[in-house]
Design a protein around this ligand. Structure first.
Ligand code: SAJ
Length: 448
């Protein structure tokens, strides 16, 4: 197959695709290509995951993913395969979506990606297109990925390779794969054109071509930009608490300016991307770390928010002369954000850990996940509310938004509600005698 015949096979959707890594990016990507008509094989080193997919079970919460898995498997357009060599041999396009987490000392851990590329390099890549979607430290594409893949194949001659960073927000994956503009980072024109033609099949938005060095940094800057902006919102929340004013009202007023768009203060920043990508950005492949005060300070601010949330609980209990060790706290939500089951780096972990450390009895309820971070699991909050002194809303799941704030009146005398996501009406809560607190809405408020 020459470049022209691979291009034609992509255009008429007869090209066969293999997706390596079937996590929160790989699985939605594989199923979206299969939905538009490509034959897709999914490979993962986790055999348990493959067998759960074979029985049409999606291992994490993602809107409509279960239905799509079902229909793609029924149409025989998607299947799993635990034999990578076979998968690669039978494919024209290989899309790599393996995780690139951090090590314990907060440095990029590229071991899975390196292993994936090494495995790929053992099979002939002749006439194939390899796409990397995983987030990578700048310099990794040319410094590590291409040399690893090139062992027995020449890029741009024998095979083609491009970096197409994923941009989907978990929870909205299937929508965002199609609606978000995509970036193609290329090292040669042919690879760029092949990758663009492929993504045009699933993306209803713009596809921007750029040198791979720009694409690598752009992915990390996007998430760092959001992290820094959330840190600013959190700092605004803390300043409001010092002034005794309500951050939600302040932000509503400020955001009426055409060039101001402050985000929401909250209990902290979690998930597989935002707490990690600033460190990928500042730790380039094979060179010294880069210093950035604003980025590292923002990370610190966001990492401190779970502790601040706990201080809202402890301070308000103290005001009521209640002993922490004799109090019971109900934590609502362990997922890192609304309507997902993912608890990676969730602020709930530190909140629950600190509360338990202070001697509190901690009940935990999350309708999307079984994770409790060592708190006591609750299956129905009305079973425990009457034994609780404080409720801390950490995740703004839709199920919690449907709760009537009156429910919190069932808590013990002088109930405290720490609504870190501002999903309840504070006036209503207060009129019911509930002591209402949030990030940027603490004690001694100077206005109504
Ligand atoms: N958060 C706040 N306040 C806000 C917004 C978010 O505290 O105003 C918190 C959330 O509660 C959560 C964390 O930030 O704990 C991250 O949530 P998120 O919705 O901002 O983002 P992710 O991590 O789910 O997805 C991000 C997205 N990146 C950007 O919006 C720039 C997504 O588009 C990326 O594809 C994804 O990272 C990724 O995989 O890199």
């Amino acid at each position: 197959m020459s470049k022209e015949s691979l291009l034609a096979a992509i255009r008429n959707q007869t090209a066969k695709i293999c997706v390596m890594g079937l996590g929160q990016v790989g699985l939605p990507t594989a199923l979206t290509f299969s939905e538009v008509g490509f034959d897709v094989a999914g490979y993962d080193i986790n055999e348990k995951l493959l067998s759960s997919l074979n029985s049409k079970q999606v291992p994490f919460e993602e809107m409509n993913l279960g239905n799509l898995l079902n229909s793609c498997m029924e149409k025989r357009k998607f299947r799993t395969n635990s034999n990578l060599e076979e998968c690669v041999k039978n494919s024209d396009v290989i899309i790599v979506c393996v995780a690139t987490p951090l090590t314990n000392d907060i440095k990029p851990d590229l071991s899975s990606l390196e292993k994936a590329c090494q495995s790929l390099s053992k099979t002939s890549l002749k006439n194939k297109l390899v796409i990397i979607e995983s987030s990578i430290p700048p310099g990794t594409f040319v410094g590590l990925i291409v040399p690893t893949l090139r062992k027995q194949n020449k890029t741009g001659i024998d095979f083609w390779v491009a970096f197409v960073p994923e941009r989907l927000a978990p929870g909205q994956a299937l929508i965002e794969i199609r609606t978000t503009h995509r970036i193609i980072g290329h090292i040669d024109d042919d690879s760029g054109i092949l990758a663009k033609t492929l993504y045009e099949k699933i993306v209803d938005s713009q596809i921007l071509m750029t040198p791979v060095q720009i694409a690598e940094v752009s992915k990390l800057i996007e998430n760092t930009y959001r992290d820094v902006n959330i840190a600013f919102a959190n700092e605004v929340g803390l300043i409001c608490e010092k002034y005794g004013i309500d951050a939600a009202e302040l932000i509503r007023v400020c955001n009426s300016h055409p060039r101001v768009k402050i985000l929401q203060p909250g209990p902290g920043v979690g998930g597989p991307c935002l707490p990690k990508d600033p460190y990928l950005l500042l730790n380039p492949q094979d060179s010294l770390s880069i210093e950035s005060k604003i980025i590292l300070e923002s990370r610190k601010i966001n990492d401190n928010m779970p502790y601040h949330t706990v201080s809202l609980v402890t301070d308000s209990l103290k005001e009521q002369n209640k002993k922490l060790s004799e109090s019971t706290v109900l934590v609502l939500g362990t997922a890192y954000k609304a309507n997902v089951s993912d608890t990676r780096l969730s602020p709930a972990r530190e909140i629950i850990t600190q509360l338990i450390k202070s001697g509190c009895n901690v009940f935990v309820y999350d309708p999307k996940t079984v994770e409790t971070f060592d708190g006591k699991k609750v299956s129905n909050i009305s079973d425990v509310l009457n034994t609780c002194d404080v409720a801390v809303l950490v995740t703004d799941h839709d199920e919690f938004k449907k709760l009537d704030v009156k429910e919190f009146q069932k808590m013990r005398k002088e109930p405290i509600l720490v609504d870190t996501r501002r999903i309840f009406q504070k006036n209503q809560a207060e009129s019911l005698g509930i002591h209402y607190l949030s990030i940027g809405y603490a004690k001694n408020l100077k206005h109504k």
